[in-house]
Design a protein around this ligand. Structure first.
Ligand code: ZN
Length: 172
């Protein structure tokens, strides 16, 4: 499989290519959508792609926050469909990140309630915020598509690069 530097270059080049295609083919291209897609694509490509299932450069880029990905790295088998599935790999990481964010939110609220002696139903507040987020996503379908598309397609590009590289090495 390509090394981290090659994956980084592939991410950068394909992000530029996706923007070229978008501005060339879309009947009404919106720069804000391109920025959203590109920012998410680069973030996912550099820090949230398939090799988080290893002690990889992506994993190290999280710095002290890499502890958040420790369960993922430990329990997801390397190059399995859960990390390197063309679409499912990105979806699994997105769900994982959503669960981690929800747990941090619940934990933070619970700590706040405990420290300030306030009565806060952390789970109910988190559930409420989650439904607000889903409502926002429904109200902003283009932005949501750009964000989700950028996140998932970065994983797809990573996995395709691994597949092509492995195929090439076996064949030649
Ligand atoms: Zn990989």
């Amino acid at each position: 499989m390509p090394n981290a530097q090659t994956h980084d270059i592939i991410t950068l080049v394909t992000a530029a290519g996706a923007n070229l295609v978008y501005f060339k083919l879309s009947p009404d291209p919106k720069p804000s959508m391109a920025v959203l897609f590109t920012a998410t694509y680069l973030f996912a490509g550099y820090a949230c792609a398939g090799d988080l299932d290893l002690n990889s450069k992506e994993y190290q880029r999280w710095g002290p926050l890499r502890i958040l990905w420790w369960p993922y790295k430990t329990f997801i088998p390397h190059r399995s469909w859960m990390s390197h599935g063309l679409i499912l790999g990105g979806l699994v990481r997105l769900c994982y990140l959503a669960v981690i964010c929800a747990l941090i939110f619940v934990g933070g609220l619970s700590c706040y309630a405990w420290l300030t002696h306030h009565s806060v139903d952390s789970l109910a507040v988190t559930k409420d915020r989650w439904f607000s987020l889903v409502g926002l996503m429904k109200a902003r379908p283009y932005e949501t598509t750009a964000l989700l598309g950028g996140f998932i397609l970065a994983g797809t590009t990573h996995s395709l690069a691994d597949i092509i590289s492995t195929w090439y090495k076996r064949r030649f």
